[in-house]
Structure formats: structure tokens, C-alpha cells
Design a binder for this molecule. Sequence first.
Ligand SMILES: O=C(O)CCC(=O)C(=O)O
Ligand SMILES: [Fe+2]
Length: 333
Amino acid sequence: MQTTSQQNYSLTELNLEKNLGSRGTENDQRSIPIIDLSRFNERKPEITEQLWYAAVEVGFFQIKNHSIALTDINKAFQYSEQFFSLPMAEKEQYPLKDGLNAGWEFQAQVRPSTGTADRKESYQITRPHMSGLWPESHENSTTIDGFQDFLLTFEQQCWQLGMNILSCFADKLGFPSDFFHKAHTWQAEDYQSTLRLLHYLPMEGKATPGIWRAGAHTDFDCLTMVFQKSGQGGLQVCPGKDSKNKLEWTNVVPMDGIITCNIGDMLMRWSDDQLKSTLHRVRMPRPDENQGSRYSMAFFCQANRNEVIQGPRKKYEAITAADYLQQRIKANF
Ligand SMILES: O=C(O)CCC(=O)C(=O)O
Ligand SMILES: [Fe+2]
């Protein structure tokens, strides 16, 4: 596997990440806005203003009273724990497919910012590429009852919520309201939005410098929604505006039912940089914190492969979503 110094990244977003390492200080005075999405259709103009302000001025935001029930989030976490507790030999039957965000990986993601593998395993669901990857699908393997059906329903709930948020950004960018919805069409064969279940490994002894649960990065996609569990923190964000001058990381304390959202590089490009993708990372627990496993889930709204990404002001050359993502995945695995 290549490390940072051997690679020559062609996209400017990657050059930003490449030199980050683990630099910066912590700033817990900064608050991350929590936006209330209740009565979404009725309150859409007000919600749109709040989302735009949070995305442009702060770079990260959280949402509450969204459409996904806490019981569903908890059930998805239960399935995730069941999957990751399968024996290694079984999980190896579901390997990450080359160049696609589908399947299981174990400590395979090397971030350009650190050059070391994240201390985690993940299982990614990208619907069109799941053949052979569901735990039910092999003879002699452990069946996890209801895993596939439930997680596919959960995936669709996440997608719907993501599309609602993106429709607010479309309005502000001067695109038709359903612009991003069409670009992420759920039924299409070239769909590539991803639900990712994450398991960060328990601590073994003291933290090693340079090793992260997830090294600093921005996401590749348009919009990411992260689910954390109470008592299993570690996510830190460095809002886009700040990162230009100084790196100041703020802990995102997990709260049940609250989803943390960030803009990814794809939407930054699609908005001609009006919306900033935000640096984030997952740190190792401190000695006084829970030393056990950390589970989280992320839904990545990634435009369908054949969509052409170009902002209203044409600041960057047009690129298909497939080509764009390919360059980013190559740099990370
Ligand atoms: O686990 C988390 O809290 C964040 C995960 C993340 O940033 C990612 O998978 O891109
Ligand atoms: Fe991320």
C-alpha cells in the first residue's frame, strides 16, 4: 500500500489533506449549530436559511427532529455490532470491492493526512454493488436475521433525509429544488450513495503518536450524515473557514438521535466553493474515557456516477462523479 509521500495527487482537495498530519489545537468554545428540521415542508424557507448560514459560516451542523426515529438508529447500530462481532474468517467473505464503496475492510484505509491505517473496520453498503456481500449470502456463514432488509430500509431513510437537506442548498445555489435529488436518483444503476457502518477498535494500552481512529480528512461526497452513540465520542471537526489559517479542532459530543452533517468535496466543487467541505477526524480515547470499541455510522450522499459536476459559475472544469470519486478512492486505499 502506498503512503502519502509516494503519491502525487491531482486534485487540489487532496493537497490540502496531504500536509495536515495531526497538527492543530483544540477549541471547545466553538458551538456547532443544531438545526430543528421539524415540519420540514412547512418551515423549509426558514430551515434553508439556517442550513445555509451553518454550512457557509461554520462548516458543520447537527440536525434534530429529522425524519429518522431513534429506535431505527439504535436498531441499525445493533445490526452493525452483530456484523462486526462475526469471526474474521466470515467477514473476509465480504471484501471491499475494488474501486467501489461496497463490502468490508479491516484497517485498510490509509489517510493522506497521516500515512497510517485508521484503527477501524468498516462495512459499506452501496446498493447496486452488494451481490455476494450480504451476511446471509454464503453457505455455512452465520445468518443475521433481517440484516439486509432492515439496512436497506434504513439506507433509503438516510437518502431521503439527505435529499431534503440538499434541496435547501439547491434553492440557495439557484438550481431547481429537485436538482440534487435527480443527481442522486435512488433507482438508477449508477447510484453510488453509501451507508457505512464503522467499528473503531478498542484501545490496547496507550495511544501511539501518529495513529488515529480516523485521520484528518474531508469527505469525497456532497453531504455526509454521521450517527454517533452516547459515550462513544471522538469525532472532531475543524470548520472550513478556520482551517485556512489555523487548525482548531472541536469535539462533537454524541447526543442520541442527533445527526452531525458536513459538506463534502463534491458539493464544494458543485457550489463553486461557496459551500466549504470540512476537515474532521476521530481521535483515540483519552485515558479517562471509554477504552472500548466505538461504533458510528455515516451516510454519504454521492451523486450518481454519470452526473456531471459543474457549478453555476463554472469555476472548475466539468468532471463526472465517477471520475471524481475514483481519484479520491485511489488515494485512500
Ligand atoms: O466515525 C465518525 O464519527 C466519522 C466517520 C468519518 O468521518 C468517515 O467515515 O468519513
Ligand atoms: Fe469523514
